[in-house]
Design a protein around this ligand. Sequence first.
Ligand code: FES
Length: 148
Amino acid sequence: MEKITKKYTNGEITVVWKPHLCVHATTCFTELPKVFIPYERPWIKMSGATTQEIMDTVARCPTQAISYYWNDSVTPEGTQEPSKTEVSFIKNGPIIIKGSFKVIDIDKNEIITEKTASFCRCGHTKNRPFCDGTHLKTDFKIDEANEG
Ligand code: FES
C-alpha cells in the first residue's frame, strides 16, 4: 500500500508531510503553533509564519515526518540553492544533517538518500541510527559546556 504524503506551499517553499514517519514528538506545533495546528484541517497553515521560521522549525523535526524544498530550487535571492551539507545540533536531542548526502549501513547498503536526516544522540531510539523522538520521553540531557 502506498504511503500518504501531503504537501503545503506558500509559493516559496513546499512543506512535505509524511504521517507514517511522525512519532508525535510535538516539536513542530510547540515551536510554531501558528503554522502547525494539529486539530485543524489543513493542519499546516503556511501563511502563519515567514518562510525562514517554517524552515527552521521543519529542520528541528526529530524524524523526517516533515521536510521542505524550495519551489523550483530557487532561493528568495533568485539564485540556485547551493549544494552544501549542513550539520546542526538540537539541544538535548538529535543531530540534524541537511543537504546532499547518503547514509551507508554496516553492510554497505545505502539506507537513505533524503535531504534531511536526524541522528539519535540519546541512544534510546528504536530506529537506529535515526532519532524517533524517544529522547523527549526520557530524561536525556547533554552537558551544555560540552555541547557540539
Ligand atoms: S536523540 Fe531522539 S531518540 Fe535519541
